[in-house]
Design a protein around this ligand. Structure first.
Ligand code: 6PG
Length: 265
């Protein structure tokens, strides 16, 4: 589907919207069009949802008019890009955020909502529990999605956010999961947060047909400028390493998150 963008020095396509809401609307338009095309062509659309707070407005838009009625939600498979070490009722749960802002008003069969069982990574969990859940979730992805020639499951859309440290999903700087080249889902120790998290790995993120970053707020401005303003190759933040090929990559930013980028370019 055609959409307007600017190419950064590193070749990353991005678009700046004046406000967080406008960014969410732009993301909703792209999501709807991608879903309509894929459901029409293949009878299915798969999406890996981003966690954190930024996607909340997008999820609210998707479950409301006019976006909600433009997609045949019975053909959409929902997965998660990562999950914290909590259960589905916890206030920090990415699943809970999606349930409250996306699923509650969409006609989605629960069998098509594939939850990462973050509670397995809870404070009393053992490493083997984490790895078992990562393996279970990877098998669920592989049994639902088509695979590319390398046998990697291919999402139609992956939504991602970026933390101030340049992390994305639960791929944090200097953590083991960043090095993962075989597993599709990793149980990642995150010393910076003194926790473990479940996360999709770079091979899966980079196999996706379309990856869309949502980046809003002035707290992200410096890192976004480093990532989008970098010449290709000299950026090793986790968010820099998401370069789907042959899939498409688009960063959506609001004015606040783009302020340093515009000064840099
Ligand atoms: C999570 C997300 C994480 C998030 C960024 C940005 O579980 O928190 O997967 O990668 O997208 O931390 O979070 P905000 O949208 O809250 O700024």
């Amino acid at each position: 589907m055609p959409f307007t963008y600017t190419a950064s020095p590193s070749g990353i396509h991005y678009r700046i919207e004046p406000t967080r809401d406008a960014m969410a609307h732009g993301a909703a338009e792209i999501w709807v069009e991608l879903a309509r095309e894929d459901v029409e062509d293949r009878g299915m659309f798969s999406v890996a949802l981003a966690g954190g707070s930024t996607p909340r407005t997008l999820y609210e838009l998707m479950e409301s008019e006019p976006f909600g009625r433009r997609v045949d939600w019975s053909c959409v498979e929902f997965f998660f890009g990562d999950e914290r070490n909590v259960g589905p009722e916890h206030r920090d749960s990415n699943f809970r955020m999606a349930r409250e802002n996306l699923f509650e008003r969409l006609p989605v069969d629960v069998s098509r909502i594939h939850r990462m069982r973050g509670e397995v990574a809870g404070p009393r969990s053992e490493g083997s529990d984490l790895r078992a859940e990562a393996a279970r979730y990877a098998a669920e992805i592989s049994s639902t999605l088509p695979a590319n020639d390398a046998g990697i499951p291919v999402f139609d859309l992956v939504l991602l956010g970026m933390g101030e440290d340049g992390h994305t999903a639960s791929l944090f700087p200097h953590t083991q999961a960043l090095e993962e080249t075989e597993l599709f889902v990793a149980a990642n120790e995150v010393p910076q947060l003194n926790t473990h998290r479940l996360t999709l790995t770079l091979p899966v993120l980079n196999a996706a047909r379309f990856v869309m970053f949502l980046c809003a707020g002035k707290s992200k401005a410096w890192r976004a400028a480093e990532i989008l303003g970098a010449d290709s190759g000299d950026c090793d933040y986790p968010a820099c390493l998401v370069r789907p090929d042959p899939g498409r990559l688009l960063w959506l930013l609001d004015d606040e998150a783009a302020v340093q980028l515009e000064r840099r370019l």
